[in-house]
Design a protein around this ligand. Structure first.
Ligand SMILES: Nc1ncnc2c1ncn2[C@@H]1O[C@H](COP(=O)(O)OP(=O)(O)O)[C@@H](O)[C@H]1O
Ligand SMILES: [Mg+2]
Length: 326
């Protein structure tokens, strides 16, 4: 295995959902949830995936897990295209990619004890003896900052933040190579959010975890991610190293998102930039650049040409025709 190759190499990922009813010309209609998305993630990297609600973040996460099949595209994990693996071969990969969900309570069976919930993946994938699994559960509980005997209790006996720790322990139990964390702190109070983020940060450093961290909130990923992908209407607008995205955003959409963020930051002065109008329907997205209907920099060309991602600085990509802004 070539260690400089990315762990995950996603290319042209597209997911359309069919919609009931037909369009004005009798044509079939689709929700364009994810449209030709390409990115890589290196081993040990934490990448943020940010965008408004409905921009396709969860759909990307679910297709990476093969919880849903992509319409098109390649998902190369350690060089194997898992987008097209038959179900049987997919089993082996299931263990390597784990998901941490937004609502830890909804994702945990309330009738099973925490220890059983954490051991579930080890049982499914037949990892170690029962005795080894019990010891592993205790180790994992301690690792995520819970008492080692928490395994004897039920999920409802824990707070939201503690349940998210349980969710993280559950994901780690099968020693995955890659974790998709879908809004893991969005349902938590701000102070608890910070604790769970700190835990993930520690685990990242201790275990060298590779994480795709999904959030609708740019402020959440700022201190946690190495790089950030900004998504709008199922398309990537910008990809940049974290510090760079916040200090020198290159895409009008990122600029607007940052200016709307409620953090008082003297380095980010200037007027609040508001995107005009509402987010268009993903059933009938605008031609050319999908942002153009709301973009204060849009030119006539933006309706005709679909902007490709291009590198504007080292490791910094944007999908925007204009060079003379930002
Ligand atoms: N199973 C589905 N059937 C039809 N449309 C869906 C389905 N899942 C998601 N969508 C649509 O796909 C788009 C992207 O959704 P989602 O990936 O959940 O966005 P996000 O996680 O960024 O909020 C939305 O317009 C959503 O309504
Ligand atoms: Mg979502």
């Amino acid at each position: 295995m070539n260690n400089t190759a990315p762990l995950l190499d996603v290319s042209g990922l597209t997911k359309r959902f069919s919609v009931k009813g037909r369009g004005p010309k009798g044509e079939k209609r689709f929700v364009h949830a994810v449209d030709n998305v390409s990115f890589t993630i290196a081993r040990g990297e934490v990448v943020g995936l940010v965008g408004e609600s409905g921009s396709g973040k969860t759909t990307i996460g679910r297709t990476l897990m093969r919880l849903t099949d992509p319409t098109a595209g390649v998902i190369a994990y350690e060089g194997t295209d898992i987008a097209h693996l038959p179900a049987r071969e997919m089993m082996a990969f299931r263990r390597k990619i784990q998901m941490v969900f937004q609502d830890p309570f909804a994702s945990l069976n309330p009738r099973r004890k925490v220890g059983q919930l954490i051991a579930e993946g080890m049982e499914i994938h037949k990892l170690g003896t029962r005795q080894k699994q019990d010891a592993e559960v205790k180790r994992l509980l301690t690792l995520v900052g819970l008492p080692a005997d928490a395994g004897q209790r039920f999920p409802h006996e824990f707070s939201g933040g503690q349940r998210q720790r349980i969710g993280i322990a559950r994901a780690l139990a099968v020693a995955p190579g890659f974790i998709v964390a879908d809004e893991p702190v969005s349902a938590l109070d701000v102070s608890v959010q910070a604790q769970v983020l700190n835990l993930l940060q520690d685990l990242k450093e201790q275990l060298g975890l590779t994480i795709l961290f999904i959030s609708h909130d740019l402020a959440v990923v700022e201190h946690f991610c190495d790089r950030v992908i900004v998504l709008y209407l199922g398309r990537i607008m910008e990809i940049a190293p974290c510090h760079r995205l916040y200090s020198k955003p290159a895409h009008p959409y990122t600029e607007a998102l940052l200016s709307a963020a409620p953090v008082p930051d003297p380095d980010r002065k200037g007027d609040r930039i508001v995107l005009e109008g509402d987010i268009p329907s993903p059933i009938d997205p605008p031609s050319g650049c999908v942002l153009r209907t709301r973009c204060r920099y849009a030119l006539p060309d933006c309706a005709a040409v679909r902007p490709e991602l291009r590198e504007v600085a080292p490791n910094h990509f944007k999908a925007c025709l204009r060079d003379d802004i930002l």
